[in-house]
Design a protein around this ligand. Structure first.
Ligand SMILES: [Zn+2]
Length: 139
């Protein structure tokens, strides 16, 4: 299978597409809810200031996480629609895993851009590694 990427079944891809669309809608809704924050600011006199600052901080953290996830999810969705042969392919060119993102990983994280190895390598390069037991049996 030199040079050829494996291709997921059309039905499997369709399921991933549906799942990602659902996730995208959910994330967009989440973002809209966070956008409604201004209303809370108007009622600020009723809220303890410290609590409000904490809430705003949490909302901002949450919004940036949701924003990053939103980008990943819509990128994965675009991939399925425009270039389904690239869905499930690790984006790291020097991938030690034949650039295959295992189906098990895709089912858990359909918007994954990298296989387990490359994701891990990137995360430990960028920040502290996340010792998540659940991830390790996917290797
Ligand atoms: Zn990889």
């Amino acid at each position: 299978m030199c040079g050829d990427f494996y291709m997921l079944e059309a039905r499997t891809l369709e399921n991933f597409r549906k799942g990602l669309e659902k996730k995208l809608r959910m994330l967009q809704k989440e973002r809209l809810n966070l956008g409604g924050d201004e209303e809370a600011v108007r009622h600020a006199d009723q809220i303890d200031a410290a609590q409000m600052i904490m809430q705003k901080h949490l909302a901002a953290t949450f919004a940036s996480n949701a924003g990053a996830e939103l980008r990943l999810v819509s990128a994965a969705l675009a991939k399925i629609v425009e270039a389904p042969e690239k869905f499930g392919v690790c984006e790291e060119e020097d991938c030690p895993n034949q650039r295959i993102i295992p189906l098990k990983r895709l089912l858990a994280v359909p918007e994954a851009q990298y296989c387990f190895f490359c994701q891990n390598a990137r995360e430990s390069a960028l920040s502290e590694p996340e010792p998540d037991e659940a991830l390790f049996d996917e290797a």
